[in-house]
Design a protein around this ligand. Sequence first.
Ligand code: GNR
Ligand code: NI
Length: 179
Amino acid sequence: MAKLEILTFPDARLRRSAEPVEKVDDKTRQLVDDMLETMYAAPGIGLAAIQVNVPKRVVVIDISDEKNAPLCLINPEILERSGEEQMDEGCLSVPGFYETVTRADRIRMRALDRNGEPFELDTDGLLAVCIQHEIDHLDGRLFVDHISALKRQRIRKKLEKDQRQAAPSSTDSGRRRAI
Ligand code: GNR
Ligand code: NI
């Protein structure tokens, strides 16, 4: 197992669209295990592979209080959505910020598990929100895309400043490009 580094908004690599996994093999399972370790350590309730710079359609989630109910979604697809729900969301790639996002309340989804077996899940509430948040990542979207441009801009400026301070430049490497 290994803990992986999480990319931070506005890193352009978070904007890529992730590729489907063609074969669920030991390498995929190693990635899933490393992602679970990274998610639990963060701590977070979900993580998409794109956040650890792997542009594949792999997601891990655990919304349990005891952190003993890992869920692995490979090539997840939403089949149906209904209702509407507002929830305060955060993101490991947008550290320190929480904003209200409106999403479907109930979804039906299909994915492959860590053995490559297809399964379907009908769910609502936090798990439904989390799955939608993670599938957004796989398509290069972040929760800040669901809030006002003004709020997004404010968050971007603050995180760019944090990143400049965290990585002082030898040449100009401390400078981050704006998107
Ligand atoms: O840890 C997380 N908490 C969270 C809270 C509300 C809605 C979504 C989430 S997902 C987030 C972890 C993360 O960034 N996953 O991509
Ligand atoms: Ni996130």
